[in-house]
Design a protein around this ligand. Sequence first.
Ligand code: SF4
Length: 196
Amino acid sequence: MDIKTKQEKLKEIYDGFEIRAQPFKAGAVCEVGCAFCCIHFGNVDAITLEGLIIHEWIGTLDKQDQINIRKKIAKNMKKREKRSITRCPFLKKDNTCLIYTIRPFSCRQLYSLRKCTNSGPMVHRQAVELAKKTVKKLQQLDATGYSGHISYILHLIAKPDFRKLYKSGGFNPVNIMPFGKKYGIVINRIVSKNKI
Ligand code: SF4
């Protein structure tokens, strides 16, 4: 399957999730400008296909904005390596999302039935199950990609040789560790099975 077809299927999976999750999300208290999950969780993960879409969007920005966002992604990656929680590089000063229409599934699945506190969001068990099934579908769709923290994915997809190999469909996820090593990031798992 070529990348364009995969991107269309990705949208279908997002839409399917939204329809099925709607009865659960109807009771959510989430509102624009809250951004608790974008600041306090720090585990925004993505599949490579989602990373490619975001990477290509970054390429449409003017030069200075590209430099600024890449600096934020690099800072985010360093914090992630130290396991510290940091605000998402795409969160704007007004606490809205810079990439809202192309945000990864790990953001789309989140909602809460009560205001988030240190204990995190409250969600329906059925919605969690639905999200897990959706993650499996995404990973099957992107079987020739890697899934992991968004900063790692964007770091790798920005490298021309990785991008070329991935876009050709020739990347084998079991080779992610040497690729990570080559580009100065430590990847200590091969492919996540349950979590994006
Ligand atoms: S990508 Fe957007 S929605 Fe997702 S954590 Fe970042 S700012 Fe929040």
